[in-house]
Design a protein around this ligand. Structure first.
Ligand SMILES: O=C(O)C[C@H](O)C(=O)O
Ligand code: SF4
Length: 515
């Protein structure tokens, strides 16, 4: 095998997967967009999402800043040398990271140290299998952390919120799947795709669930029971009304694929792998002698490029002028914050600081490196590249899941006088109480829209705490027209709590036996 060429092919697979959504996924997103009524928050979010997909295409830059845990599934003809292939894949991963196509995402679990090149214990994941065919089938999925955290495994029988008892049969499985969509809310950047694995032990069940994510969104399950189940879920999960980013709306789920394997008598697992709308998975058929790509997978059918037509541009322009947008610039006063309410659309200009897990943890015990009074914190771990002159450039910068900061957020806002935090997926009761007490606001940005937000960042004006690694450092960003929605205000209102409650009520409508 020509190993240099194989490495190049793997590099192309990585770059293409990170920057271009497959055709089946694009079609599912387009169909969702057509269903949302114009002018709603969900429609606005979907417009940002499709705009972002187009920008990632044009810039050949990551669709989402979280490029996940790269996971390769490779089938090789008997006799192919898997050891050299593994080395080539690792080199390709390191190169793609250096080129800003992947975020350095491999972190020592005990020390928190980022390896910087996406290599380390367990990273990347490479699973080989042999097969009888004469070519290499190499598939890659880049599944981010926010949606990975929403995976869930049920051990039947069990009791489920809203649905009651789920037994050890097809109907019990149906309840688990409906519940899995409910429990994810918008936190995994809905609308999402789910892969479900029935049976196995805990690890084989999750493997099977993830395997389903490699199926085309549009295929039909050859198992009649599972086909019915998939169709049922697709028909009804969207009635939960969770919508894009959990803002409420018509589309919550874009795909559901279910697989089954045997189990042992005492265990009955239903494992669900949740994938965000930024469903980055591709595959190639590679010639085992030359190492060249013969064919790209998931590329059949119509390609949607999401370039706006003239008519769409006109409608967008019309809605933009109608929607009232409130401008915010730090330092923000308490009075300005108290005037905001859930549903308001704000646009931020000026300075904001990134801060995610490591920063929040740090600020609990230490002073801030900058004066945060009246300032805005952005829950974001960007992809950054340094040029030859030593200046940093933002390559991708969407929000991260805010709920992880729930234990710290309220205390930190009060301690430093922070007025606004931006993230996605919403926060809990502790933060809501602190917003009320201190005069703060939670702003929801569109998860995964990393190119769209990178474009709003006009300059990187500094960085602190680089010892935490690129995604976790505190970046000082100058932004223009950074748009987000108030989803938790200083008057005790939370859109997230409301959608959670109404979707739980709707979930309870699926309690009766169906199968
Ligand atoms: O790590 C990130 O940047 C985002 C993460 O994928 C998330 O959804 O929270
Ligand atoms: S931020 Fe959202 S779109 Fe990006 S990886 Fe996380 S869940 Fe997916």
């Amino acid at each position: 095998m020509n190993i240099e060429k194989f490495q190049e092919s793997m590099y192309d697979l990585i770059v293409e997967t990170s920057t271009k959504l497959p055709r089946d996924v694009r079609r599912a997103i387009k169909a969702a967009k057509e269903k949302e009524s114009a002018g709603t928050r969900s429609a606005m979010s979907l417009a940002t999402i499709t705009n972002n997909i187009k920008m990632a295409d044009d810039n050949v830059s990551p669709i989402c800043q979280d490029t996940g845990l790269p996971t390769f599934k490779i089938k090789t003809p008997v006799g192919a040398n898997q050891l050299v292939m593994k080395e080539a894949i690792k080199n390709a991963i390191a190169q793609a990271t250096k080129d800003g196509k992947l975020r350095p995402n491999s972190v020592d679990s005990l020390t928190g140290e980022n390896s910087g090149d996406n290599l380390g214990g367990g990273t990347p994941v490479i699973k080989f299998e042999q097969w009888e065919k004469d070519y290499i089938d190499a598939r890659l999925i880049l599944k981010g952390g926010g949606c990975e955290n929403k995976n869930i495994q049920y051990s039947l029988p069990c009791e489920l919120d809203g649905l009651g008892r789920a037994g050890r049969d097809l109907d019990g499985i149906r309840k688990c799947i409906m519940h899995s969509v409910y429990q994810a809310q918008g936190q995994g950047c809905s609308a999402g795709f789910i892969g479900v694995g029935i049976g196995g032990d805990r690890s084989a069940g999750y493997d099977l669930a993830k395997e389903q994510l490699f199926r085309s969104v549009e295929d039909v399950n050859p198992n009649e029971d599972l086909r019915k189940l998939e169709e049922y879920v697709m028909d009804h999960a969207n009635e939960l009304g969770i919508g894009t980013m959990g803002f409420g709306g018509e589309t919550t789920l874009l795909g559901c694929k279910v697989g089954v394997i045997n189990r042992i008598p005492a265990s009955f697992f239903v494992s669900v792998a949740y994938n965000c709308w930024a469903f980055r998975r591709l595959g190639v058929a590679v010639n085992p002698e030359t190492g060249e790509i013969n064919e790209w997978m998931y590329q059949e059918g119509e390609n949607i490029d999401f370039g706006a037509t003239e008519a769409e541009k006109e409608t967008a322009a019309a809605t933009e002028t109608k929607a009232e947008v409130i401008s915010l610039q730090a330092p923000i006063t308490e009075e300005q914050i108290r005037s905001l309410k859930v549903g308001d659309v704000v646009q931020i200009n000026g300075r904001m600081y990134t801060g995610r897990d490591a920063i929040h943890h740090h600020l609990m015990e230490h002073d801030a490196p900058v004066d945060l009074n009246g300032q805005v914190i952005y829950h974001c771990g960007p992809v950054m590249l340094k040029d030859d002159e030593g200046n940093w450039h933002v390559k991708a910068a969407g929000p991260t899941t805010s709920i992880r900061e729930e234990p710290y957020q309220g205390d930190i806002m009060k301690k430093f006088g922070i007025r606004a935090v931006i993230g996605k997926g919403g926060m809990g009761p502790k933060t809501l109480a602190a917003l009320n007490e201190h005069g703060g606001v939670y702003l929801n940005a569109i998860g995964g829209a990393a190119q769209y937000y990178a474009d709003c960042i006009k300059a990187v004006e500094g960085v602190d705490l680089m010892e935490f690694g690129i995604p976790e450092a505190m970046w000082h960003l100058k932004v223009e027209g950074f748009t987000a929605v108030v989803t938790m205000d200083s008057h005790g209102n939370s859109l997230h709590a409301d959608v959670d409650k109404s979707s739980l009520d709707k979930l309870a409508q699926f309690k009766e036996r169906v199968f």
